[in-house]
Unconditional design. Structure first.
Length: 617
């Protein structure tokens, strides 16, 4: 099976040396793209029709749409977004039995009022929902200096990317409709209305922000205009070469509307280029068109090149050489926002998307470094890239000893009090077990740093301190506890922690306790919101590979448990059912889950390779 996986990956490499497997995120981006095209009155009927067809194909029998297979009866926000976009597309009428079923589900589950905050914002700016009296983060926050208790750069970089345009839109209470705008008033249940943000719950924090702003700025109209202009400039300064804001769909969508609110026309070149950037994220999945939230090309390429090399493909193979050349070109040379909290360090990281030029992250940087590690001594350019990359990754360690995703020490706990739905996934960028574990694994296995280096000791201490009571670790960017535990244990082993240590044995016992009868492992997306492990009820190929890789790393010999897991991978690899398409990546708990089409190849290949090398010579 290893040779089969290797051949599949070799075949799927694109001419530029990368792998562009889809980054699939449900139907929200498809729905928002229809709403955007219709609101801007752009003539692209093929795109609208294709996206509407995909949305309809994902509807459940009860009329709802889901974010993942086992999400109860359905997801209210996804169903609202699908209903609205299908109506706006013009290809489905309110009398259509599919929309009647969707309407029934929406009303039975609380109406528009129960949809996610970000869905409500989209509805508000397109005239379907009233704007709240005020937004929890006033636009004037951008004027506060870095030494204030709360300031704009306390927000995570992905939080800033989305909240900057929202701050303008909420301040303007901007609404844009067209002659063909649907009317969703029948989806309101006034008796369930809320105040959008439940501001009364955090009056104390809001008072702190308001007091800071008033004492520093006076909150005059002049400062309001200055804040709006500075927020606009922040967006313009972070537009990628393809026209998108930070290469994310949601932030680009919101930026377009915020520019409209500031007087830009539908045909403004900035807006038209942004739309083209979003259209360029289109991919084909099982014959259907899907708008990706971003592209995962760098992430896919680094992981696949590394996995192929682990499986025995030599670094001199043209597949690896082309991938390495591609990755070299993707190393970032700009000073992004990361430099605000980490000054005096040269750029050297890698980003996630092929169009990302200023937002490197720890995960992509260590993954890319792993992928080029075998070529460091053979190529001067790679040696220079290697040195810059390692220095950047090491410099990004948080003061608590862990590693974040994007920025150093961006974890102001006051922000978690804000009534921003999904705020813990959006507002801060704290140390996480998955990032810390994988960074330690890289430093321990691929650099010459001594195992007792202070950097590693502090990382180990962070992981030990943040282990869950049951022995697992929570993984921020994957689902969820299996993911975090895999990263944590492989990282600890790589820097010299004994497999027999209480920390690792406790984690191993937890993994053993959740193995399924068929030999595999499977965890539900429900785990992230519940903040505890929830079984999927079925085994999942990728999560089984993570669990296996963990056990292989701590075992001296193959055990019946490991062999059962290997048998599961071998026997079910070619099986096609809903578990193969289950999202095991996470962007924002409760709202945004990711099915990486590359994972079904990468992680089984790594687990099988590590098993063969360690236990079969």
């Amino acid at each position: 099976m290893i040779s089969q996986l290797v051949q599949q990956l070799k075949t799927d490499q694109t001419p530029d040396g990368s792998w562009d497997y889809p980054f699939e995120t449900g139907i929200s981006t498809d729905a928002y793209m229809i709403i955007l095209v219709r609101t801007l009155e752009i003539d692209d009927e093929n795109l609208v029709r294709d996206l509407a067809e995909r949305i309809l194909s994902k509807q459940e029998a009860n009329g709802a749409w889901k974010l993942f297979h086992d999400e109860g009866d359905g997801n209210i926000s996804a169903t609202v977004e699908a209903y609205y976009s299908l109506l706006y597309s013009g290809y489905v009428s309110k009398e259509d039995y599919r929309l009647l079923a969707a309407k029934k589900f929406i009303l039975a589950n609380g109406g528009l009022e129960k949809s996610h905050m970000l869905t409500k914002i989209m509805l508000a700016l397109t005239g379907q929902y009233p704007w709240p009296a005020y937004f929890p983060i006033p636009v004037e926050i951008i004027l506060l200096p870095l030494n204030f208790p709360i300031n704009f750069y306390d927000l995570s970089v992905y939080g800033r990317a989305n909240l900057a345009p929202i701050m303008i839109l909420a301040n303007k209470k901007y609404v844009k409709t067209t002659k063909s705008s649907p009317n969703l008033s029948e989806l309101f249940l006034p008796e369930t209305a809320d105040d959008f943000f439940n501001i009364q719950d955090i009056q104390e924090l809001f008072s702190i922000i308001e007091h800071d702003l008033k004492s520093f700025l006076g909150l005059s109209q002049t400062f309001n205009s200055l804040a709006i202009n500075q927020t606009k400039q922040y967006m313009l300064n972070h537009i990628e070469p393809d026209g998108t804001l930070y290469s994310y769909f949601s932030s680009t969508f919101l930026m377009i509307f915020s520019l409209l609110s500031l007087g830009h026309s539908n045909s403004d070149p900035i807006i038209l280029k942004a739309v083209e950037g979003l259209k360029a994220m289109k991919c084909t999945i099982h014959g259907q068109q899907h708008i990706q939230y971003t592209t995962a090309t760098v992430w896919n390429t680094s992981l696949i090149s590394y996995a192929l090399q682990k499986a025995g493909v030599p670094s001199t193979d043209s597949v690896i050489e082309k991938a390495s050349e591609y990755l070299l070109e993707q190393q970032q040379t700009k000073y992004g926002d990361w430099a605000i909290h980490n000054p005096g360090v040269l750029p050297g990281g890698w980003g996630f998307s092929a169009v990302n030029t200023m937002n490197p992250d720890i995960d992509d940087s260590t993954a890319s470094l792993r992928a080029i590690s075998q070529l460091v001594q053979k190529d001067t350019r790679i040696h220079q890239a290697w040195d810059k990359g390692i220095l950047w990754v090491m410099s990004m360690q948080n003061s608590d000893g862990g590693w974040p995703a994007f920025e150093k020490n961006v974890d102001n706990q006051l922000l978690n009090l804000l009534p921003i739905e999904g705020g813990k996934f959006l507002l801060t960028d704290p140390s996480s077990a998955d990032l810390t574990g994988r960074t330690l694994e890289f430093l321990g296995e691929y650099t010459n740093l001594p195992k007792n280096h202070d950097l590693m000791k502090r990382g180990v201490d962070w992981l030990i301190h943040n282990q869950e009571v049951d022995g697992s670790w929570y993984g921020r960017w994957g689902i969820c506890y299996i993911y975090g535990t895999w990263a944590a244990i492989t990282g600890l082993i790589a820097v010299g922690v004994s497999p027999g240590s209480p920390t690792i044995q406790k984690a191993v016992n937890w993994l053993l306790s959740i193995q399924n009868h068929d030999g595999g492992w499977g965890e539900s997306c429900k785990s992230d919101l519940a903040s505890k492990y929830i079984p999927l009820g079925s085994s999942n190929l990728t999560q089984t590979a993570w669990a296996l890789d963990t056990l292989i790393a701590v075992s001296e010999k193959a055990t019946p448990v490991i062999d059962a897991g290997i048998s599961y991978l071998l026997e079910t690899y070619n099986k096609v059912d809903w578990t193969l398409f289950y999202p095991v990546g996470q962007g924002m708990g409760g709202g945004f889950y990711i099915h990486y089409h590359s994972y079904q190849y990468i992680f089984p290949l790594l687990a099988l390779t590590n098993y063969e090398k360690k236990f079969q010579g």
